[in-house]
Design a protein around this ligand. Structure first.
Ligand code: PLP
Length: 365
């Protein structure tokens, strides 16, 4: 097939996400390697956004590809009640080698939205409470519950929303319109606002506060000093669970396995996807604390997916974690982040339309 034939067929039979279909003219791709991909006409492109901020180890990594091939040949999938080596090993690796020491178990999903869907259910089941807080400048996924967590306009298709989903304002200094003397003062202003809002919504009803640790698709908003600790303190005071959505900010993007590790704060739940397999096979999940895991020792975990911990995704995840370590990609993100920040700073000087540059690790704009 020629590129034109592929594109014509794509436009005839495929629906693309978040798009008015008639305006689309997708570039037809053929192959990818490292930071590059090539279209069917042989033109080389630099993948500046790592596809959807998920190809953290780059394209065409043979170690991950081999792991998937081997697993596909042996046993591509099993139903959720069974156990298999790669599912056990990926969960062990996440808990023992990646997550902080308060974390105990993983519930695997297929991607990020499903991770948040299941986290919503888990916090409600564990707490018996029904309110969940999340921020306006946030994206947590496109499925119904995750879209109700989402604060920005991609939630509108799910309006009117599900009762109990409350939004609060995130600390975004560039648009705050208030001249704070320090980052700490800025943080405490927003933390105090949140505290008051929780009080007015009924502290005893609030199950969880969900946050993208570093807000991703709404502009790489980096939490100011003291902010995450302030949210953690509110959670501890009122018995609320803190859920860090690390779907985009996790897996080395900020120079740490998870972004919250930059601020020495431990959430109760971590949701993840994207960089765990870097897109070689889909997998996501919910990591829960010791306390939450213990709760489900004698209570029903009322969550389920046919592809809970799909074995191809598990095999890819194990290999990808090894690749992160072997290539020193966390350290590299920190090192190259300095270069990225400097280069974006140069662009900012040239272009008055560029109001602010925000970079943490290789997460920047
Ligand atoms: N959470 C965050 C922070 C995201 O950036 C995304 C997707 O970009 C999601 C959740 C949803 O993940 P998925 O598209 O894998 O369902």
């Amino acid at each position: 097939m020629t590129g034109e034939q592929i594109r014509a067929m794509d436009k005839k039979y495929n629906l693309h996400s978040w798009s008015v279909q008639g305006t689309l003219n997708p570039v037809v791709l053929e192959r990818a390697e490292g930071i590059y991909f090539w279209d069917v006409y042989g033109k080389q492109h630099i993948d500046m956004s790592s596809q959807l901020v998920n190809m953290n180890i780059g394209h065409h990594n043979l170690k991950v590809i081999e792991a998937i091939k081997k697993q596909a040949d042996r046993m591509p999938n099993i139903a959720p009640p069974f156990a298999a080596d790669v599912r056990s090993e990926l969960a062990r690796k996440i808990i023992e080698e990646v997550a902080p020491d308060n974390m105990a178990k993983v519930f695997f999903t297929n991607a990020g939205a499903e991770a948040n869907e299941n986290a919503i259910k888990i916090v409600k089941l564990v707490s018996g409470r029904y309110t969940v807080f999340s921020r306006y400048r946030s994206y947590h996924g496109a499925t119904y519950g995750a879209a109700n967590l989402t604060g920005e306009p991609r939630r509108f298709a799910c309006e009117p929303g599900i009762p109990g989903f409350i939004k609060f304002f995130d600390p975004y200094r560039y648009r705050a319109g208030i001249d704070f003397k320090s980052e700490e003062e800025f943080s405490s202003y927003y933390v105090n606002q949140l505290r008051e809002q929780i009080t007015y919504e009924g502290r005893e009803h609030v199950a969880a506060i969900f946050l993208e640790t570093v807000t991703g698709s709404n502009g790489v908003l980096i939490p100011p000093a003291g902010y995450l600790k302030g949210v953690r303190d509110i959670c501890d005071e009122f018995g609320i669970m803190m859920v860090c959505d690390e779907v985009m900010s996790g897996w080395g993007r900020t120079g740490e396995w998870f972004a919250f590790m930059n601020w020495d704060v431990k959430p109760d739940i971590i949701t993840f996807a994207k960089g765990i397999t870097c897109g070689y096979a889909p997998i996501g999940g919910v990591i829960v604390s010791n306390k939450i895991a213990e709760y489900f020792d004698d209570h029903l975990l009322s969550c389920g997916l046919t592809y809970n911990g799909h074995l191809l995704g598990c095999a890819a995840g194990i290999a990808a974690i090894d690749v992160y370590k072997e290539l020193g990609l966390l350290e590299n993100a920190k090192k190259m982040g300095v270069v990225l920040k400097a280069e974006l700073g140069k662009l900012q000087k040239k272009h008055p339309s560029l109001g602010e540059v925000r970079v943490i690790g290789l997460f920047g704009m």
